[in-house]
Design a protein around this ligand. Structure first.
Ligand code: NA7
Length: 537
C-alpha cells in the first residue's frame, strides 16, 4: 500500500501562481502542501535556462505586487530580468514567506481522482505517495509540455540535441556549429545569444515573426527610487489596463494621425523597446484593425531591411503574416544576421526532410551539418499541460474527454464536474502580463476556497465548490467572441492550439484584457458567486 497523507489542500507548481497560492492558502489557516517536478522554486523560470533567456516584460512589473516590502527592495539591475535573477527572486519570496518547508521538490503530479463520497481528491505523485486533499490548486504553467516534432532520423544524429526549455548550463556551445529550429520567443532569444559565441548558428524558420528591439539597459538608483515612489499608481494602472505591461495604452487609432506623426510614434516605440509596447502602447487598434496592422508591419519590414544587410537573409526574416502572434522582443536578433556565422533557412521553401548523422537535411538535398540541434519548437500550451496528468472528475470522467471540444472554464478558474479543482492561469485566463494574471487567478481561487470552507465550518455543506456547465459555456463563448474581434484569431498560433497537430482549435485565452477580466470576477462575486455551486446542502 502506498503511503497516504491527508491535507486540506495541495498546490501543484511553484512558479508565480503556485507560490502565491501556497501563501494565500496558508493565510486561510489551511494545512497545505505543494509539489514541483523541479529541484527548486521558479516554475517556467526554473526550467528555461538557455543562453539569452530573459523576460520581455520590464523588470519593475515582472514580479509580485502583493509584497510591498519585496517590491521596494528586491533587486532588478536591468530593465529586463535574466533567468538567474528571476530564479533568485523566487527563492527570496519562498524564504521570506517560509514556503520551502511546505514544498516537496522533484515530485510530479501523475494522477488525481475525485471521490464524490468523501469530497476529496486522491492524488498520486511520482515519489509513490498518495495525497488526499479537499482542494487541488494547479499552477502548472502554460508552457510545460514540450513540443518536439517527429523528424525522421533524429536518433541517428551524432551530435547533441536539446529542447530550449531543457537546456542545461553544462552544454558547451562556444565554437560549436548549432542549428536552432523555431522562431518564437525562445528561438529568437537563443539565436541572438548563441551567435556571439558559437562557430555558426543556422536558424531554421518556418514562419518568420516580428521581433522588436528591447533596448536593454541598466537601471540607475535614481530611476529605481522613482519607480518605488510610484509603485501604488503603477500597479493600479497595471490591474486596470488591458495587457498589464506597465505602459500607457492610448485610445488612439493608428489611422487617426498623419503618416508623418505615425512614423514618429512608431520610431519612438521602436526606440523605447518591447514588442508588447509596439503592439499595444502606441495605438489602440493594431491587434484588431487590418489597415492599422499593415501600417505596423510596413514599419517593421522597413527596419528589417535597414538592419539586415544581406537581402537574402532579410527576405527569410520577413514575415507575411499579420503582426498578431505573441510579440517578440530582442536587441540582438536581427543585427546578429550581419555576422557571417549566423544564417537563416526558409523552411517554407526548403522544409526539413530528415535528420542524419551530420545534421539536418532540407528538401533541396542540403545537409546543414551541426554539432548541436536546439528545438525551440514551443509547447503543447495551456490545456496541454493538463493532459500529461490523469485527472478524473465526477463519474470517472477524464479532463481530456471533458475538454474534447475545447477547454471550457469558468473565468479560467474551475470547470464543471471537477469539483475543488482550481486552475491558475488555466485556459480562459486573460492574455496579459503573466505575474498579474497569476495574482488575480490565485486570489480568486483562494476566495472560492475560503467561501467553501466557511460553508463547511458552518455545517452547511462539505467544502465543495464547482462551476456550472452553463457558466463554463458562457465564458468560453465570451472568449471566442472577443478573440474573433482581434487579428489573433486570423493568425495560426498556440493561442488557439494550432501549433499541435490534432489539437482542438479554440481560444486558450481571454483577449478582453486584465481590467475587464477583474470586472467580470467582481460582478460574479457581487452576485453571490453566480455560476458557482457551493454544495450548500
Ligand atoms: P513558440 O512561440 O510556440 O515557437 C515555436 C517555434 O517553433 C515556432 O517558430 C514554430 O514555427 C516552430 N516550430 C514548431 N514545430 C516546428 C517544426 N516541426 N518545424 C519547424 N519549426 C517548427 O515557442 P517558444 O518556446 O518560442 O515560446 C513559447 C512561449 O513561452 C513564449 O511566447 C513565452 O510566452 C513563453 P511556426 O510558427 O509554427 O511555423
Amino acid at each position: 500500500m502506498a503511503e497516504e497523507t491527508y491535507h486540506d489542500a495541495l498546490v501543484v507548481g511553484t512558479g508565480f501562481g503556485g507560490l502565491y497560492s501556497l501563501h494565500l492558502l496558508k493565510q486561510l489557516g489551511l494545512d497545505v502542501k505543494a509539489i514541483d517536478s523541479a529541484e527548486d522554486v521558479g516554475g517556467t523560470w526554473f526550467w528555461n535556462k538557455y543562453p539569452g533567456a530573459r523576460t520581455d516584460v520590464e523588470s519593475h512589473v515582472y514580479r509580485y505586487s502583493w509584497d510591498k516590502e519585496l517590491l521596494q527592495s528586491s533587486p532588478w539591475p536591468n530593465n529586463y530580468l535574466r533567468q538567474p535573477e528571476l530564479q533568485k527572486y523566487f527563492q527570496e519570496v519562498a524564504r521570506k514567506h517560509d514556503l520551502y518547508k511546505h514544498i516537496a521538490f522533484k515530485t510530479e503530479l501523475q494522477a488525481a481522482t475525485w471521490d464524490d463520497r468523501t469530497h476529496q481528491w486522491r492524488i498520486k505523485v511520482s515519489s509513490g505517495k498518495v495525497l488526499v486533499v479537499r482542494y487541488l490548486v494547479t499552477a502548472i504553467g502554460i508552457t510545460h509540455k514540450k513540443n518536439v516534432p517527429d523528424i525522421p532520423g533524429l536518433e541517428s544524429f551524432k551530435g547533441q540535441v536539446t529542447h530550449s526549455s531543457a537546456w542545461s548550463p553544462e552544454i558547451q556551445y562556444e565554437n560549436k556549429r548549432i542549428a536552432v529550429i523555431g522562431s518564437g520567443a525562445s528561438g529568437v532569444q537563443l539565436v541572438g545569444a548563441l551567435g556571439e559565441k558559437a562557430k555558426s548558428v543556422t536558424h531554421l524558420i518556418r514562419n518568420a515573426q516580428y521581433v522588436l528591439p528591447a533596448s536593454y539597459r541598466s537601471v540607475s538608483e535614481e530611476e529605481r527610487k522613482l519607480v518605488n515612489q510610484r509603485y501604488d499608481r503603477i500597479w493600479n494602472d497595471v490591474f486596470a489596463s488591458a495587457v498589464g505591461f506597465g505602459f500607457p495604452e492610448p485610445n488612439r487609432p493608428t489611422l487617426s494621425v498623419s503618416p508623418e506623426d505615425r512614423e514618429k510614434i512608431f520610431q519612438d516605440l521602436w526606440d523605447q523597446g518591447s514588442g508588447f509596447r509596439f503592439l499595444f502602447g502606441g495605438f489602440s487598434d493594431i491587434a484588431t484593425n487590418e489597415a492599422a496592422n499593415k501600417e505596423a508591419i510596413k514599419f517593421i519590414h522597413k527596419k528589417i531591411r535597414e538592419i539586415v544587410k544581406d537581402p537574402q537573409k532579410a527576405e527569410v526574416l520577413t514575415s507575411s503574416d499579420w503582426f498578431a502572434r505573441r510579440p517578440l522582443t530582442d536587441d540582438r536578433y536581427y543585427a546578429g544576421f550581419n555576422q557571417e556565422n549566423v544564417t537563416a533557412v526558409d523552411l517554407k521553401k526548403t522544409p526539413i526532410k530528415s535528420i542524419n548523422a551530420e545534421g539536418i537535411e532540407t528538401s533541396d538535398g542540403k545537409t546543414h551539418a551541426v554539432d548541436l540541434i536546439v528545438f525551440a519548437t514551443g509547447f503543447d500550451t495551456s490545456d496541454g499541460s493538463y493532459y500529461v496528468v490523469d485527472f478524473k472528475g465526477r463519474n470517472g470522467k477524464s479532463l481530456k474527454e471533458h475538454w474534447a471540444d475545447g477547454p471550457q472554464t469558468n473565468l479560467g478558474a474551475t470547470t464543471a464536474e471537477f469539483p475543488n479543482l482550481f486552475f491558475i492561469n488555466g485556459p480562459g485566463a486573460p492574455f496579459a502580463n503573466n505575474p498579474p494574471v497569476t495574482e488575480i487567478g490565485a486570489e480568486f481561487a483562494a476566495d472560492l476556497i475560503a467561501r467553501a470552507e466557511s460553508f463547511r465550518k458552518n455545517g452547511n455543506g462539505s467544502g465543495v465548490v464547482e462551476s456550472t456547465k452553463e457558466s463554463d459555456n458562457d465564458w468560453f463563448e465570451v472568449t471566442k467572441q472577443v478573440a474573433e474581434m482581434t487579428l489573433f484569431s486570423k493568425t495560426p498560433s498556440w493561442f488557439f492550439g494550432e501549433n499541435i497537430p490534432g489539437k482542438t482549435v479554440a481560444p486558450r485565452f481571454y483577449f478582453g484584457g486584465l481590467g475587464r477580466f477583474r470586472a467580470a470576477i467582481a460582478e460574479v462575486k457581487a452576485k453571490e458567486y453566480a455560476g458557482f455551486l457551493f454544495g450548500e446542502t
